[in-house]
Design a protein around this ligand. Structure first.
Ligand code: CA
Length: 224
């Protein structure tokens, strides 16, 4: 998952970056509204964690602008203001959640997980595909009682495909999601295919995986 942290308070943005990176998110950081707007325009973020009191702009204006330009990121507003009015305006503008400062990093992460579940219609942290159970909180995959040892990238791939089940995801979408920032040339490469191949090998050693489909010339799809 790609996350943009928009927070001018350096110690706080640094703490969030370290914590979320440890939880396997790819993090970018912006310290002002202008740089945040540029990053949102250029990259496909799953989450934007947005401070409202930025040095050059009100975070709510940034949110308004990003939505106008079609950003589909999940926005979580972080604010010390704690004013009901800000909260209502933020939610009206399309923020997905609101966390008053100070907050614990564990709480932030559990809110992110909860939004993800809600967005994808999941009731728990476990996604099941036939014999396989993907635990998105603990980042494990179990098949018939056996735990499958996946690398970080293999897990991220499976998780992302499973979240977007029944949809074809292109190599470019997957590359962007797994690596965050990518150079043009990377799209041409077969990175994704190599990881998919290894992932499939590990999964199919446990049970059939005809649900894991290659869509020729396009990408991959998990049918569930
Ligand atoms: Ca601030």
């Amino acid at each position: 998952m790609n996350v943009l942290i928009v927070e001018d308070e350096r110690s706080l943005s640094h703490e969030m970056e370290i914590y979320l990176t440890r939880q396997n998110y790819n993090c970018d950081v912006a310290f002002n509204g202008k740089s945040a707007a540029e990053k949102i325009h250029l990259n496909n973020y799953d989450f934007v964690l947005l401070d409202l009191g930025l040095p050059d702009m009100d975070g709510l204006d940034l949110l308004r602008e990003a939505r106008k330009k079609g950003s589909e990121a999940t926005f979580i507003i972080l604010t010390a203001r704690g004013e009901v009015e800000d909260k209502i305006t933020g939610l009206d503008l399309g923020a997905d959640d609101y966390i008053p400062k100070p907050f614990s990093l564990a709480e932030l992460q559990s809110r992110m997980q909860a939004i993800l579940r809600r967005k994808h219609g999941l009731k728990t942290n476990i996604m099941s595909i036939q014999d396989f159970e993907i635990d998105i909180q603990n980042r494990t995959v179990i098949c018939k009682g056996n735990s499958i040892n996946l690398t970080k990238k293999e897990f991220d791939l499976l998780h992302y495909l499973a979240l977007h089940k029944n949809r074809v995801l292109t190599r470019m979408q997957l590359t962007e999601h797994i690596w965050g920032d990518v150079l043009e040339d990377d799209y041409e490469s077969n990175y994704i295919d190599v990881h998919v191949k290894n992932l499939r090998k590990k999964l199919s050693a446990q049970a059939p995986i005809e649900w894991f489909e290659t869509v020729r010339g396009v990408g991959y799809r998990v049918n569930a």
